[in-house]
Design a protein around this ligand. Structure first.
Ligand code: PFF
Length: 475
């Protein structure tokens, strides 16, 4: 009962904060003009888009998927898929967004009409769903930053990191509190707007993330026995490459590049008409892949140097790594650095998820940014509570899956691939001329790969994604 009361108090606190904000800010809100907000600079846009792409998916999932799928052999396949299909779909999304100058739903309404806005709708719904559980896991990174200095190292050095993680995620008050904190940060940044919020924070956090990653890599590769980890990570093992490998490369690539839900449409809509889109899409794809690839060098050498198991996902991040850090001199500092890195990666992605929803409510329903950010943020936070409770078994399973996994499944395996297929078809067949004009800045900027890009959008991407989609339907 005490526990429930605490959960209730957390809610109440959150609610009060929201109400306070809505009313407190009303008087000083900038009167909205008809001008759409814009990125302050090309660099700002690239940092924001790369911030969206580089997320939790890059730091823990990519290295593990590489290690288990044939190392270097997988990396080659991933590179081919991401740079051919991923970059093309990203370019299509940016072109649609900038062409329409609107949110995902509005863009399809303006450029396509008919049933096309449904694609944008799916994106907005995916945004709600993904952010609801993303906020839960991202909240753990805040908790673990603090725990790094408050006993986590001692517990982990006694081999009890797993028990500590289990106890943490089964404590609803703790999990919901950190989820609320994380969501508060996300809402705050989105509420501040495009230039003064998302761009400003991404421009600091993305270089920061890179720096922290380099610190961790330097530490990891200079440990005795680091080579074994690098071997596990990269040694090409072609026997592990199967049809399934290609599927996991595409699934991973799509989620990692934030494609299929109108995120790049939304970000593209704030971009100046003179900027070159192809190089922007390429740069964002490159940065996302670079960070994913480098994350493996920070993780595996350390895991192998201390003879730990390279486990998957949350297990590796929240159990194995604290144990690894506890064995290093100054482990608490490296642990803090690692979770801060994860936090930066997560929040620069979560703001893009919220922005997809906020942009829709702003453009289509006429809400102001403050109202859209705080109200939608609160709704998404509430939607995430069942996910937060599900890990400790405090929420009923859905057809055998934890609520969090079920949400992840619906968004990542259904909505994103379906969105990806439809967006490619829209760009390749339905709005091709408009897309070509947008990509070439009305003919002023020659796009050498145009012919290839068109056929990737028309045929290659829809067919390949459709195969992944059908395979991924297994609950
Ligand atoms: N790309 C993010 C990651 O790798 O963690 C997740 C994500 C963000 C997916 C934004 C979709 C999106 F629109």
């Amino acid at each position: 009962m005490g526990e429930r009361l605490q959960v209730f108090l957390v809610f109440l606190l959150y609610f009060l904060l929201v109400i306070g904000f809505l009313f407190g800010k009303r008087g000083v809100m900038v009167v909205s003009t008809n001008d759409r907000e814009q990125w302050g600079s090309r660099l700002g846009f690239i940092m924001a888009a790369a911030g969206s792409a580089v997320g939790l998916g890059n730091i823990w999932r990519f290295p593990y998927v590489v290690g288990m799928n044939g190392g270097g052999a997988f990396v080659l396949i991933y590179l081919a898929i991401v740079f051919i299909i991923g970059a093309s779909v990203m370019l299509a999304e940016m072109a649609i967004g900038r062409g329409a100058g609107l949110n995902a739903v509005g863009s399809f309404k303006k450029l396509g009409g008919g049933a096309w806005p449904l694609v944008g709708w799916m994106g907005v719904i995916a945004g709600f769903i993904i952010l609801s559980f993303y906020g839960v896991v991202a909240g753990w990174t805040i908790a673990y930053m603090l725990k790094s200095f408050t006993g986590l190292m001692e517990v982990a050095s006694q081999g009890k990191a797993g028990d500590a993680f289990g106890a943490f995620v089964s404590n609803p008050t703790q999990v919901i509190l950190y989820q609320a904190l994380f969501m508060f940060g996300t809402i705050w940044i989105v509420f501040k707007g495009i230039g003064e919020g998302i761009e400003k924070y991404c421009k600091v956090m993305m270089p920061g993330l890179f720096l922290l990653l380099l610190v961790l890599i330097l530490r990891a590769v200079t440990l005795d026995g680091a080579m074994k980890g690098i071997e596990f990570y990269l040694k090409p093992d072609f026997s592990k490459v199967t049809g399934g490998t290609v599927l996991s490369a595409l699934g991973q690539g799509f989620f990692s590049l934030s494609l299929g839900m109108g995120c790049m449409i939304t970000y593209g809509s704030y971009l100046n008409k003179d900027e070159a889109l192809p190089s922007a899409a390429f740069t964002v794809t490159f940065l996302d892949t670079l960070v994913a690839f480098l994350a493996g060098f920070a993780i595996f050498p350390a895991v192998f140097a201390f003879n730990m198991e390279p486990a998957a996902g949350p297990g590796l991040t929240f159990i194995t790594l604290p144990s690894v850090f506890s064995k290093m001199p100054m482990g608490a500092v490296f642990s803090f650095v690692f979770f801060l890195l994860l936090f930066f990666a997560a929040i620069t992605s979560s703001v893009s998820l919220l922005e997809v929803c906020v942009a829709y409510f702003k453009d289509e329903l006429g809400w102001d940014r403050a109202k859209a950010s705080w109200v939608l943020g609160l709704v998404i936070f509430l939607l995430g509570v069942p996910s937060a409770l599900s890990l400790g078994g405090h929420f009923p399973k859905i057809a055998g899956k934890d609520f969090l996994d079920a949400m992840d499944f619906v968004a990542s395996n259904l909505l994103l691939p379906l969105g990806g297929i439809l967006i490619s078809l829209f760009a390749g067949w339905f709005w091709l001329d408009g897309c070509k004009k947008e990509i070439s800045n009305q003919g002023r900027l020659p796009f050498v790969f145009e012919g290839i890009w068109v056929w990737i959008c028309r045929l290659v991407a829809p067919v390949v994604i459709a195969i992944v989609f059908v395979k991924g339907l297994k609950w």
